[in-house]
Design a protein around this ligand. Structure first.
Ligand code: ZN
Length: 138
């Protein structure tokens, strides 16, 4: 097995919200975080807003349709922390490594995420109920 580096940092923390328009003022006006941008991520059927905090970001995720994974999440658990994204290199290699070691994955190969990054979600069943995202910026 090829040896790969550890994850580099927390890239962002994903937070499920019903409406970015309704939630954003808390982050910009009260927490005084800087809005980096808003975009649609079609692979996840969400609109996302990124807020800068030091080296990391907060990602607000608003569902764009009823069958978006974020709609399902909000229906089951309400708004709140959804996932933690780790910045990695060689995402495909890392996913293969996890798979070989019996870690359950939601995505066995990367999909396109926000900012055109390659992303893949690990299954919370393998991570004490936490949804982790691997994220590789090109
Ligand atoms: Zn994310």
């Amino acid at each position: 097995m090829e040896k790969v580096d550890r994850p580099k940092k927390i890239e962002h923390i994903g937070i499920a919200v019903k409406s970015i328009n309704d939630s954003l003022p808390f982050y910009t006006n009260h927490l005084m975080l800087k809005l980096l941008g808003i975009e649609e991520v079609s692979s996840q059927k969400v609109r996302v807003a990124f807020l800068k905090i030091g080296d990391a970001k907060l990602e607000l995720l608003e569902p764009l349709s009823e069958d978006s994974p974020i709609s399902q999440f909000i229906k089951k658990r309400g708004e709140g922390i959804h996932h933690i994204a780790l910045a990695v290199d060689n995402i495909e290699l890392r996913l293969n490594e996890l798979k070989e070691n019996g870690v359950k994955l939601i995505h066995e190969s990367p999909v396109k995420g926000a900012a055109n990054a390659d992303v893949a979600f690990l299954h919370p069943k393998s991570a004490s109920g936490v949804l982790y995202e691997y994220c590789e910026k090109k």
